[in-house]
Write a protein that binds this ligand. Structure first.
Ligand code: HEM
Length: 251
């Protein structure tokens, strides 16, 4: 079981993530979108969305530090395990809490605003469930996962992080992850599930940066002179090509 969960599944999830993104890019570029519901409701979204996304950024930076920087390195620069743990506990906990509040607001908005709920698919609901599961068990792991059932101290930087780095060099250290507490195992498993489904959900938007916005020509908006007659008063539709300005709207 450990081999399947921590030796095979991580790569299956990665293949689904990368393969799914390539597949979707090739066959469904029109569907590559957040399917924004801002037009239906923007009051709650204006607060919930930045809260969720900025908190997620903080959580991801925390993950990169905790998973990629070996304990040996922080020991060497004089950062004790206690100090590190305190930072992760309060810094990570605060970011996780903000993320959870952001997600609760987003889900509540979706459920309570009729038109947003009507635009919510089954796919969205399944995705929200998994996303909420990752965040919930991330918090559970942070706050309760550092003590084993036998009462011994568990340090995820000697289990989860060692396993995570071993995946990168294609030599999965299955024993390291098997030694983690159940809270971390559940969190990491649902996390991998989330990566695997990402290309097939609206989360695909995370892999898009609207870079062309930086280079596209400006869209020019001009206000109309209030005293000027409407351009095509009295007539709907287009004027034929070449109609002089003075004749527009007269016929
Ligand atoms: C599968 C890859 C993942 C691994 C190996 C992983 C590992 C970890 C670890 C080791 C912690 C404890 C951090 C600490 O206490 O300092 C943690 C906490 C957390 N994780 Fe993950 N995680 C993964 C994916 C995710 C994803 C995709 C999300 C969110 C979408 C997420 C959200 C959280 C949250 C909210 C916490 C609690 C707050 C925090 O400590 O930042 N994790 N995770």
């Amino acid at each position: 079981m450990n081999v399947v969960l921590w030796g095979i599944f991580p790569y299956v999830a990665l293949i689904l993530l990368v393969g799914g993104l390539i597949w979707r890019y090739k066959y469904d570029q029109f569907g590559w979108t957040t399917r924004s519901s801002q037009l239906y409701e923007s009051r709650i979204l204006k607060i919930a969305s930045p809260l969720f996304h900025f908190a997620l950024l903080a959580v991801l930076v925390g993950h990169l530090v905790g998973l990629l920087i070996p304990k040996m390195f922080t020991d060497r620069i004089g950062l004790s395990q206690e100090m590190y743990h305190l930072g992760a506990y309060f810094g990570g906990g605060l970011a996780g809490l903000a993320l959870a509040v952001g997600l609760i607001m987003l889900i509540w908005r979706r459920r309570s605003t009729g038109r947003v709920f009507a635009a919510t698919t089954r796919n969205d609901k399944a995705m929200y469930l998994i996303l909420a599961g990752v965040i919930l068990f991330g918090m559970v792991a942070t706050f309760t996962g550092d003590t084993t059932p036998a009462g011994e101290h568990h340090n995820y930087r000697e289990t989860v992080s060692v396993w995570f780095r071993s995946l990168i060099v294609l030599q999965p250290n299955i024993e390291a992850m098997a030694a983690a507490t159940w809270q971390f195992k559940v969190h990491v498993f649902i996390g991998m599930l989330l990566f695997a489904i990402t290309p097939f959900t609206r989360l695909v938007h995370a892999f898009t940066a609207p870079l062309h916005y930086l280079f596209r020509p400006y869209v020019v908006y001009r206000s109309r002179d209030r005293h000027q007659r409407p351009v095509s008063a009295g007539k709907r539709g287009w004027d034929p090509i070449g109609t002089p300005d003075r004749e527009r709207g007269r016929r």
